[in-house]
Design a protein around this ligand. Structure first.
Ligand code: NDP
Length: 256
């Protein structure tokens, strides 16, 4: 399988979890990967893994909430590898909060990371994606398509990301560019603990997740990376404007 050989993939959130797994997946298939996150030490660990396998990688430490940083990310990727074939927006955060207690600052920051940054990255990268008839994959969530309590801003930010995906897909389809989203259920990563969940509560949450996901288990980052890789590959050449669930069936469940 050499359909990704020599292609350039720009991947945010690559210091951890789904973004990291995606970077390793693309690199394993011969893609040149530009990996983005704030923690340079973590990105370097990922880069070392990729280089040890003979892959080409560019580490770009950046905060995707800053527009100048996003512009630099795109410029540095193009300077390093000559263009962009695939953009994967995996950087994201979660915070708890309800309609009654979500602070405006938390709402704004959630949208800044989860929605505004994918928008501006697609906006800045689009000329390069058009030049190569490339594509973008946005990492949304089951929370983008279903309502859950106490994660109000997260759900809203991911729903907006799905609609952003669908609208952008229609706009650039005639130029040969595809835009899709993936909607994972609970995946074992740093997301929830970074979002404030204590270790014990996280263990309990993973245990309970066996019952909230019909297939009886949570997901692995590598499983989501596989779907992202497929959507970005020529095999998915007739797929655009979709939000694809990968959640052990969770999006089909209703409380009863
Ligand atoms: P992780 O916490 O493991 O990874 C999140 C990544 O986002 C890290 O690489 C982090 O890097 C990066 N990031 C966060 N804020 C910024 C920022 N301001 N600038 C640059 N990078 C940033 O979580 P996941 O891998 O789980 O999350 C990846 C995506 O998957 C997210 O969009 C999340 O919403 C989505 N998702 C996750 C699910 C899950 O259960 N894990 C379920 C459904 C969706 P750094 O801290 O170094 O900046």
């Amino acid at each position: 399988m050499d359909e990704m050989q020599g292609k350039v993939a720009l991947i945010t959130g690559a210091s951890s979890g789904i973004g990291r797994a995606t970077a390793l997946r693309f690199a394993a298939e011969g893609a040149k990967v530009a990996i983005v996150a704030r923690r340079e030490d973590k990105l370097k660990e990922v880069a070392n893994e990729i280089e040890a396998q003979g892959g080409e990688v560019k580490v770009i430490a950046a905060d995707v909430t800053e527009e100048a940083e996003i512009e630099r990310v795109v410029q540095e990727t193009v300077a390093a590898f000559g263009g962009i074939d695939v953009l994967v927006n995996a950087a994201g955060i979660i915070t708890n909060g309800t309609i009654e207690n979500t602070r405006l600052d938390d709402w704004d920051y959630m949208f800044k990371v989860n929605t505004r940054s994918p928008f501006y990255l697609m906006n800045r990268a689009m000329p390069y994606l058009i030049a190569r008839k490339g594509n973008a994959v946005n990492v949304s969530s089951v929370n983008g398509i279903r309502a859950f309590t106490n994660v109000l801003a997260y759900c809203a930010s991911k729903a907006a990301l799905d609609q952003l995906t669908h609208c952008a897909a229609l706009e650039v389809a005639s130029q040969g560019v595809r835009v899709n989203a993936v909607n994972p259920g609970v995946v074992v990563t740093s997301l929830h603990r970074t979002g404030g969940m204590e270790d014990d509560a996280y263990v309990e949450f993973l245990e309970r997740s066996k019952t909230t996901h019909p297939l009886g288990r949570v997901g692995e980052a590598s499983e989501v990376a596989e779907l992202i890789f497929f959507l970005a590959s020529p095999k998915a050449g007739w797929i655009t404007g979709g939000s694809y669930s990968i959640d052990g069936g969770r999006h089909q469940t209703c409380a009863r």
